[in-house]
Design a protein around this ligand. Structure first.
Ligand SMILES: NC(=O)c1ccc[n+]([C@@H]2O[C@H](COP(=O)([O-])OP(=O)(O)OC[C@H]3O[C@@H](n4cnc5c(N)ncnc54)[C@H](O)[C@@H]3O)[C@@H](O)[C@H]2O)c1
Ligand SMILES: O=c1ccn([C@@H]2O[C@H](COP(=O)(O)OP(=O)(O)O[C@H]3OC[C@@H](O)[C@H](O)[C@H]3O)[C@@H](O)[C@H]2O)c(=O)[nH]1
Length: 340
């Protein structure tokens, strides 16, 4: 009797796979592929003509607009699907990103956020088991909570409030990581876990609520930059092209992780506001506003593992990445481009 209590072997891939005429394209599922990081990942995966990409997304925080250049492409398929329901597709790789990432959106329906992280990850692991796919989870630096170690390396177990308003996301991702390792140990599933630190870039929702998108939209509209108190809390911001590069290296490498993927350049929120002011609108005012509960006071990735195991480190500095994002926001807000 096997570990799952049955004598049946998992189904083998379709007989077509063993046909000598079979074109061995890599079939890749990206859950949450209509979102910010997901759509950039899809762009990169589609560059490789050997890849077929399937996106499954419920459009809660994502949009078809982010994928419009691929809709109708013969190697691309878009499915409106909620990962809390099962999905049956024949794939070789699963990038499992589906989950709202902005605190405003993950706190909007916390029970749904937990379901997305727990039931959604169970469903994707079940799919990986059925079709023998390798699965990568986009976990988060939030698993470290309000960290008491600085910078954070992967062996730190974190300082997370289990009953706070952020817990649906933080604890949801922690359970998702546990599920990944249990499926790996119990069923031999090939897993990869990325712990992503704050990522920014074009295509973030304008009303996403995260700090970089808020400040850029505010600077372009000449509205005060809302620095939440005390303003000395820190974050480390990674440009999205670096993030996508790190995720693909992790997926195709030999290590399960968890591996931190982020940019170690650390800034206080007041420093970030000053940088946005200087680069985008020197006239804009800065206004100090109330913060939300359990906001982590400091965050910076130790990326030694990513450097050693993936040969990866970020290339884009914050001062170079912010103007790239500004142009995209100007277009979408209907503000004149700075290039003209
Ligand atoms: N951006 C960051 O700074 C950051 C940091 C750490 C971890 N992450 C993780 O990376 C992933 C992508 O983040 P993002 O910034 O692109 O966020 P995003 O909100 O832009 O994208 C998330 C996508 O998942 C979809 N989605 C949400 N719930 C779903 C469900 N139940 N079923 C199907 N689709 C669903 C959304 O519609 C959206 O397209 C998330 O898992 C997030 O937790 C992001
Ligand atoms: O307008 C704002 C928004 C946010 N902030 C501050 O900026 C900091 C960063 O806040 P964000 O909402 O951008 O993101 P957080 O770092 O809190 O969480 C994020 O990080 C890890 C990911 O998993 C998630 O994408 C998200 O939870 C916080 O200290 C917050 O208080 C502002 O000062 N002003």
């Amino acid at each position: 009797m096997s570990a799952n209590g049955t004598d049946k072997k998992p189904p083998s891939p379709s007989p077509l796979r063993f046909s000598k005429f079979f074109q061995s394209n890599m079939r890749i599922l990206v859950t949450g592929g209509a979102g910010f990081i997901g759509s950039h990942l899809v762009d990169k995966l589609m560059e490789n003509e050997k890849n077929e990409v399937i996106v499954a997304d419920n459009y809660f925080t994502g949009s078809k607009d982010n994928l419009k250049k691929w809709i109708g492409h013969p190697r691309f398929e878009l499915i409106r699907h909620d990962v809390t329901e099962t999905l049956l597709v024949e794939v070789d790789r699963i990038y499992h990103l589906a989950c709202p990432a902005s605190p405003i959106f993950y706190k909007y329906n916390p029970v749904k956020t937990i379901k997305t992280n727990v039931i959604g990850t169970l469903n994707m692991l079940g799919l990986a088991k059925r079709v023998g796919a390798r699965i990568l989870l986009t976990s988060t630096s939030e698993v470290y909570g309000d960290p008491l170690e600085h910078p954070q390396n992967e062996s730190y177990w974190g300082n997370v409030n289990p009953i706070g308003v952020r817990s649906c996301y933080d604890e949801g991702k922690r359970v998702a990581e546990t599920l990944m390792f249990d499926y790996h140990r119990q069923h031999g599933i090939e897993i990869r876990i990325a712990r992503i630190f704050n990522t920014y870039g074009p295509r973030m929702n304008i009303d996403d609520g995260r700090v970089v998108s808020n400040f850029i939209a505010q600077a372009i509209r000449n509205e005060p930059l809302t620095v939440q108190l005390p303003g000395t809390q820190t974050r480390s911001f990674c440009y999205v092209s670096d993030m996508v590069d790190g995720l693909i290296r992790l997926m195709e490498g030999e290590n399960t992780g968890p591996i931190n993927i982020g940019n170690p350049g650390e800034f206080t929120m007041l420093e970030l506001a000053e940088a946005v002011k200087e680069l985008i609108n020197p006239e804009v005012k800065i206004s100090m506003v109330e913060n939300t509960p359990d906001d982590p006071r400091q965050r910076k990735p130790d990326i030694t593992k990513a450097k050693e195991l993936l040969g990866w480190e970020p290339k884009v500095k914050l001062r170079d990445g912010l103007p790239l994002m500004e142009e995209d926001f100007r277009q979408r807000l209907g503000a004149p481009s700075k290039k003209n």
